[in-house]
Ligand binder design. Structure first.
Ligand code: ADP
Ligand code: ZN
Length: 745
């Protein structure tokens, strides 16, 4: 038997090996193996069974080891890896390494503990004899004879300074017994002990929910690939729909991948999910998967899935690669979240990979959001995805009332640029009197790179690209980082002539201080990056907020994700504009998403909610449509703009970054390369650039970039990758391709 193996760690090709008789049973496609490469043993994945075409079989080396007795990459994942390598233009080895956690690749087994106990007690005389003959054995025996419980072997031997040979000798003679116990490390186990959790009960579905669940269940019964897009307004009970779908998939004997954008930031959501899922599937363990797991936790979770012991995984982006057996359903919650895109190699999009995996497996993919990405929405409109809608909040709760405050007028009235408008302050006072809670959001994205006139709300845009121009401090220019167009940065607003064009936004701290000044009695807590970094601090603040110890919570939009606090009746958005002016064609979409999601945090209990949005551009589409939570209206107008400018979802966008110590050299090679690409692709690809990146220099490396627009990434990327590998790049130039980037700003 001969197999082709993809070695890992920088070896992007298939090498062939003979399989010794003893390994033939376990040497299946997808198995993790060790093989000799050059002079050392390396890990690899069996990619095919069969002899090479261009290499004499009698000169093949032998497979050294099969690491696990089951495939580390089931066939669907291997197929997915190959698709990703082509689509995202990266090496198969880097994808396989992303798919199989390091703990598994290292070939470690389960975390096992060997325990020692006394099997046969020795008489005084025997002990005396043993002490003479083998004093070390006697010492070990005496120690263990005094213990009540079995003792971990490693620890005992270390403490007594003995080797494993000593215990083995006693085991052999039947004096000691050695047993192996598997130690399970369950992630988030501590959440159960806290009791802070609301183990939510299943709800009686309303009619919209039932219809959605039925549609998904029908898809599961059909046992064919399909994608459904669940568009449900905030508080419409999407989670309940996901849970019922999971239930149906499990009942039919299948496995489930359930993706959420940020596990670490939403322990509440994950814990609640887990309790419900474990109630749905009694006896089934739900594996939680995210970047903060310890190696041991990761390994245990992975093995539980790979062996079929667990059938459900809940996790962030990389959980899309979990080795779930008989996969029937993939849920992608908050499918519009940019967090699903990985910003290092391989630069894959978790949602898109989820859809592809479902396709390769014949599973059902359920994407859900209150503000679906325009990519998914366009797919639904084109009939590729089935659109399921929940247009009502549960229990007939009302969507919150949204009030827009015009900051231009407010600035005139208060004669300064206020953090808090009069209206917002009054509303907060009212909440404090009634012992209700307020959340204030600050919009932090890209706040220094564009120029906003605080008098009239004007922002300079590129006439060719319809995105905000980026302000470059070094040479006082405004530049378009899509097409490279540039002009001097104005000192006065080109529209109204006011000099207040360089506004830089507010930080959480300044807003907190402003609140303290107007509401000295209120208990205020700030949730910023510092708090986010400390897992316990973050949980503590959420806990205190839930129990009413905090009146006003101030934070960035990060804290908005999936929070469900019934006593929050007021939400304020301090600066709605900022995300509108990031130099990105998705700026409006991001702003609309932000407004709707933030507003959705209010009025989730019995009392109606109120939302106050402060903005310099109240007339902007994203603001107006969000007022009425009019997703369809927003999508229609925004899709029209995208079509006019041929932006995604109507074309694919690829980003090509060039980095290096010498800017002239970067420019030169980027231009040479651009010429080559132009010649090769002609009409099939539209180039913009090359131009300096918005951040021209990072850690002493200069950055230039190129953008490609094309109708089909599948057709273009592999050829682009091939050209790239043949191009004579200088040694000090690094370049990175990013297919379907989600952030341009
Ligand atoms: P969404 O994700 O759509 O914003 P959630 O799934 O968080 O909404 O649901 C909002 C709240 O409504 C939750 O507290 C949930 O337990 C509750 N809920 C869900 N479905 C129902 C229902 N059919 N009847 C009553 N309450 C429900
Ligand atoms: Zn431009």
């Amino acid at each position: 038997m001969i197999v082709g193996v993809h070695p890992l760690a920088g070896f992007d090709k298939l090498l062939h090996y003979r399989v010794p008789d003893s390994l033939q049973a376990s040497a299946t496609v997808g198995a993790l193996v060790r093989v000799p490469v050059l002079n050392s043993l390396r890990l690899g994945i069996i990619g095919e069974i069969g002899a090479p075409r261009d290499f004499p079989v009698d000169r093949l080396k032998s497979l050294a080891q099969v690491v696990h007795p089951f495939p580390a990459l089931p066939p669907d994942l291997l197929g997915l890896a190959r698709w990703m390598a082509g689509y995202y233009a990266c090496g198969l080895d880097s994808i396989i390494e992303t798919m199989i956690p390091a703990a598994v690749r290292n070939g470690a087994g389960l975390k096992q503990e060997k325990l020692l106990t006394v099997e046969r007690h020795l008489s005084e005389e025997e002990i005396t004899q043993l002490t003479k003959r083998a004093p070390q054995q006697a010492r070990l025996y005496r120690f263990l004879a005094q213990q009540f419980k079995p003792q971990g072997r490693g620890l005992v031997l270390k403490r007594l300074g003995l080797t494993a040979a000593v215990s083995s000798a006693l085991v052999k003679r039947g004096v000691l017994r050695e047993e192996t116990r598997r130690v399970d490390r369950v992630a988030y186990a501590d959440d159960w002990a806290h009791g802070e959790l609301v183990a939510s009960q299943p709800h009686q579905l309303n009619s919209e929910q039932s219809a959605a669940v039925q549609a998904v269940a029908a898809g599961l019964t059909a046992e064919k690939f399909s994608v459904s897009l669940l568009h449900g307004v905030t508080g419409s009970g999407k989670t309940e729909v996901y849970l019922r779908a999971v239930d149906a998939a499990l009942k039919s004997g299948g496995g489930v991948v359930y993706l959420v954008p940020e596990v670490a930031l939403t322990p509440q959501t994950v814990a609640r999910l887990r309790s419900r899922l474990e109630a749905i599937a009694p006896g089934h363990r739900v594996v939680v998967w995210h970047s903060h797991l310890s190696e041991g936790e990761r390994l245990d979770g992975w093995l539980a899935l790979a062996t079929g012991e667990a059938r459900v995984v809940v996790g962030a982006r990389s959980a899309v690669f979990a080795p779930v057996q008989n996969l029937k359903l993939i849920v992608v919650d908050e499918e519009h979240e940019p967090a699903y895109k990985q910003d290092e190699t391989p630069r894959y999009h978790g949602r898109d990979v989820a859809v592809m995996r479902a396709k390769l497996t014949g599973a059902v993919c359920l994407l859900g959001s209150a503000t679906p990405s325009l990519e998914s929405y366009a797919n639904a409109q084109a009939g590729k995805y089935r659109l399921l809608q929940l247009l009502q909040r549960v229990d007939d709760r009302k969507l919150p009332h949204i009030d827009i405050v015009d900051l231009r007028i407010e600035a005139m009235r208060q004669r300064t640029l206020p953090a808090l408008s009069h209206k917002l302050v009054e509303a907060m006072r009212g909440r404090l009197d009634r012992r209700e809670q307020t959340i204030l959001f600050i919009n932090r994205r890209g706040y220094s790179s564009s120029m906003l006139c605080t008098k009239c709300g004007h922002v300079e845009e590129c006439t060719h690209c319809s995105i905000a121009l980026t302000y470059h401090r070094t040479d006082e220019t405004l530049r378009c980082h899509l097409c490279g167009d540039q002009r001097p940065a104005p000192l006065r607003c080109p529209q109204c002539g006011a000099p207040e064009i360089r506004w830089r936004g507010l930080g959480t701290q300044r807003v907190e201080e402003a609140v303290r000044r107007v509401l000295p009695r209120a208990k205020i807590e700030r949730m910023d990056t510092d708090a986010m970094a400390k897992k316990n601090r973050f949980r503590q603040i959420l806990g205190d907020f839930r129990t009413g110890k905090i009146d006003v919570l101030v934070g960035t939009q990060m804290i908005g994700k999936g929070l469900d606090f019934p006593n929050v009746t007021l939400v304020g958005l301090i600066d709605a504009d900022i995300s509108m002016h990031i130099p990105d064609f998705r700026a409006n979409e991001r702003t609309f998403q932000l407004l709707v999601q933030v507003a959705g945090r209010a009025g989730r209990g019995d009392r109606a909610g109120e939302v106050i949005v402060q903005t310099f551009t109240p007339q902007a589409g994203a603001v107006q449509f969000s007022r009425h939570a009019d997703y369809a209206g927003f999508a229609e107008s925004e899709l029209k703009m995208r079509r006019d400018f041929h932006y995604p979802p109507y074309r694919h966008l690829i980003h090509h970054l060039f980095r290096g110590p010498n800017p002239e050299k970067l420019k030169f090679f980027a231009e040479q390369w651009a010429k080559l690409v132009e010649k090769e692709f002609g009409d099939r690809l539209e180039l913009r650039g090359p131009s300096p990146s918005p951040i021209e220099k990072i850690k002493d490396e200069y950055r230039w970039q190129l953008w490609y627009f094309c109708a089909s990434a599948t057709k273009v990327v592999p050829r682009l990758a091939e050209l790239r590998s043949k191009f004579a790049w200088p040694d000090d130039l690094t370049q990175v391709l990013d297919v379907d980037p989600v952030n341009l700003g």
